[in-house]
Design a protein around this ligand. Structure first.
Ligand SMILES: Nc1nc2c(c(=O)[nH]1)N[C@H]1C(S)=C(S)[C@@H](COP(=O)(O)OP(=O)(O)OC[C@H]3O[C@@H](n4cnc5c(N)ncnc54)[C@H](O)[C@@H]3O)O[C@H]1N2
Ligand code: MOO
Length: 402
């Protein structure tokens, strides 16, 4: 059994990002930039008014001083002439400030009558003026390569006049559930069978991380059937299998993969749940991540290993799983030699801060406990017993959209 950190490092070693493609900005959310986005404009493009009012020469706009209103400057329609002494231009938020003006008289601080405006308060030079380039300048790097685009980033790219962005294509992830007892939801129940939660939980996880999942037909515990489905994986970036990873006579997946030209990198990790995870590669073909069949084990392995792999395949520059500290809401016993990931609900404590409540039963088959958990509390190998109120580290699942 190898440690979790070593397993992750080995899965990520030598991963090269997938190819780039150009997408319309509406498709860019959640994608990873393959090249930096430089601004194609300066923003604002000129000095603009931040308020509705009058563009004035600030030194003239003293309380009681009447100025002649010589024109209008709505946003998008500059006044077009120089503001002379004794003049004011009616101006609106976002409009170019006329040459000669250096301040804005708010309309709330002004009395307008018969082509004139009189200040009721003084105007500070530069106040309510948004200088040219306040936000950014043409040629600035707005968004670096390797960034996964948020809605905020998409807005910034649009402001920088990008209708398209160059992003990594979505990694193609095939999901192969194995086991004679496994059916897909929608099939009529069969005796001694269960539905493949793994296929769908992992597909959702792949989507959340920007990948393109495809759920392959379920493979029975039969070498030829598994081999045929493995061959259909040639065009994938990663083949994720579930089940058949352990030590039983029906656990055939590793053997079939090796027969199909995959070289196995490692098998078995010192963690719980998820011990039987394996990883391998086929030269020039997909990587394989062999998840254990138990649904919680498959999910936790997906979080710890598949999410970082998806990030690396998309060239994400600085991806790390989020880890937060929480107070424990219960006592915890000492841990054994396997790094433990406890399914925990987060509930507000007496002071309102969230406290972690690991579920009393941590059986790796229990999906309802997993669905009710908002975090995975991390217990290092041989971690000592902890009393209620002690701090622990945990991976918040909501922050990952999981
Ligand atoms: N003698 C030993 N037995 C087991 C060991 C061990 O070290 N020695 N390891 C245990 C651990 S830990 C795990 S985890 C499981 C993993 O086993 P497999 O990867 O071989 O998975 P299966 O045996 O095929 O299935 C385990 C369990 O999960 C259910 N399952 C399988 N696929 C799905 C799916 N797609 N969706 C939902 N549930 C699934 C399956 O029905 C079984 O109940 O092995 C332990 N045994
Ligand atoms: O490590 Mo297996 O992952 O639970 O029951």
């Amino acid at each position: 059994m190898i440690p979790v950190a070593e397993a992750r490092a080995r899965i990520l070693a030598g991963v090269t990002p997938v190819a780039a493609e150009t997408v319309a900005l509406t498709e860019a959310w959640g994608r990873v930039l393959a090249a930096p986005a430089l601004s194609r404009v300066t923003q604002p493009p000129a000095d603009l008014s931040a308020m509705d009012g009058y563009a004035v020469r600030a030194a003239e706009a003293n309380a009681g001083q009447a100025l002649r209103v010589v024109g209008q400057a709505p946003a998008g329609q500059p006044y077009g002439a120089v503001l002379n002494p004794g003049e004011a231009v009616r101006i609106f938020t976002g409009a170019y400030i006329p040459e000669g003006a250096d301040g804005i008289l708010l309309q709330e601080d002004a009395r307008a009558e018969a082509g004139e405006v009189t200040a009721t308060d003084h105007v500070t030079p530069g106040r309510w003026v948004r200088r040219r380039g306040l936000d950014f300048t043409e040629g600035d790097t707005l968004l670096p390569a390797g960034l996964r685009l948020t809605a905020r980033d998409v807005g910034l790219a649009a402001a920088g006049n990008h209708a398209f962005l160059t992003v990594r294509r979505r990694p193609r992830i095939g999901i192969l559930a194995t086991g004679d007892e496994i059916m897909l939801p929608g099939e009529p129940p069969r005796p001694a069978s269960i539905y493949s939660s793994n296929s769908f939980a992992i597909a959702a996880m792949v989507r959340s991380a920007g990948g393109e999942p495809s759920i392959l037909p379920v493979a029975p515990d039969d070498r030829a059937a598994i081999a045929a489905l493995v061959e259909s994986a040639a065009g994938l970036d990663v083949l994720v299998t579930s089940g058949g990873a352990s030590v039983g006579e029906h656990d055939l997946v590793r053997e079939v993969l090796e027969g199909a030209g995959f070289s196995l990198d490692f098998w078995r990790i010192a963690m719980r749940p998820g011990k039987p995870l394996f990883h391998g590669r086929r030269p020039g073909g997909p990587a394989v991540l062999g998840l254990p069949g138990n649904p919680v084990s498959a999910f936790v392995c997906g979080v710890l290993f598949l999410l970082p792999l998806l990030a690396a395949l998309q060239g994400r520059a600085s991806f790390a799983l989020p880890v937060q500290r929480y107070r424990l809401g219960v006592d915890l016993p000492a841990n054994d030699q396997r790094e433990d990931y406890l399914r925990a609900a987060l509930r507000p404590g007496a002071d309102g801060a969230p406290e972690a409540h690991p579920a009393a039963r941590q059986d790796s088959s229990m999906l309802r406990v997993l669905a009710d958990a908002q975090a995975l509390v991390i217990r290092a190998p041989h971690a000592p017993a902890l009393p209620r109120g002690a701090e622990v580290e945990a991976i918040p699942l909501d922050a990952l959209g999981l």
